[in-house]
Design a protein around this ligand. Structure first.
Ligand SMILES: [Fe+2]
Length: 295
């Protein structure tokens, strides 16, 4: 059952970075240690916080290109992964696009245990050339987006607190794997992610970077498309949240017009009130590809 707290589902994500720093100072480093807010579900759980720090250390000492050390997940945390999949299985069957299922098949996850990033990264790399690198928490949008140009997805490694298995206030390994890593096993999605990175590299102004980040949000994170007359999700923020998928059909659908999307504000703290809908997977791919090449 999904409780009231769990249905809030405000996912602050890569492109709407909320920096959290060890000492409260602004940190621009990609390996900043995470400090939990007092309202974070794990704030009072010493063990969880210690594990979060241990996992953050993995990212801080990680050397790009080397194997990603395994995170020390507990039985309780593997239980969170199981709960997430129990909720997502039926939600995916109803709302996920066909391309997503193809990718899911290719990666063949164990729904009982949180897979380690290294194992997921190897599988994805063999398919699309994309690999994962661990980060301690949210990173600057520019750092996150530019790394996509190198075929690198900067991924968190911790999992949300066990008290709220269907809710996370920040991107965790479930969002990264179930949303991003799965879609990166699609050659087309991998190409679009790379093109985002390349477009960001060509963008020096902060205002223009914000505009590009909005397009990332409205497509890669929260995009939907038509498939056999039905609305299906391809956005990772939708596909990794049973709550978002259940609420998706309440959102106002707008035609996928990226010239409009670049200037629209979005609210990361609530279910999305409107979504951009492509006429088909191919239409989404072509529209976004052309937009990013032209940028
Ligand atoms: Fe995301």
């Amino acid at each position: 059952m999904i409780t009231a707290t769990e249905t809030q589902t405000p996912l602050l994500d890569h492109v709407d970075m909320r920096m959290v720093a060890a000492n409260g100072d602004e940190i621009l480093d990609r390996n900043a240690i995470v400090k939990l807010d007092p309202d974070h579900p794990g704030f009072r759980d010493k063990e969880y916080r210690a594990r979060r720090n241990a996992i953050a250390q993995i990212a801080m000492t990680y050397k790009p290109g080397s194997p990603i050390p395994a995170a020390p997940y507990t039985a309780e945390e593997h239980g969170v992964w199981q709960t997430i999949w129990k909720a997502l299985g039926p939600a995916h069957r109803e709302h996920a696009c066909a391309e997503y299922f193809e990718c899911l098949d290719k990666l063949a996850f164990d729904t009982d245990r949180i897979p380690q990033l290294d194992e997921v990264s190897r599988k994805v790399e063999a398919i699309s050339g994309f690999r994962l690198e661990p980060v301690a928490g949210l990173v600057e949008p520019r750092v996150f987006l530019e790394s996509l140009a190198r075929g690198v997805f900067l991924s968190t490694q911790y999992i949300r607190h066990h008290s709220t298995p269907l809710y996370t206030p920040e991107p965790d390994v479930a969002h990264e794997i179930i949303g991003h890593a799965v879609t990166l096993a699609s050659k087309q999605f991998a190409e679009l992610n790379r093109l985002f990175g390349e477009a960001v590299r060509r963008t020096s102004s902060t205002t223009e970077l914000d505009r590009l980040a909005r397009v990332y949000w409205f497509t890669i994170e929260f995009g939907v498309l038509r498939e056999n007359g039905q609305i299906k999700a391809y956005g990772t923020g939708l596909l990794s949240s049973a709550g978002e998928l259940a609420e998706m059909h309440k959102a106002e659908l707008r035609p996928l017009d990226l010239e409009v999307a670049v200037d629209l504000a979005y609210d990361p703290t609530h279910f999305q009130s409107f979504l951009f809908c492509a006429e088909s997977f191919d239409a989404m791919y072509e529209t976004l590809r052309e937009f990013l090449i032209r940028w």
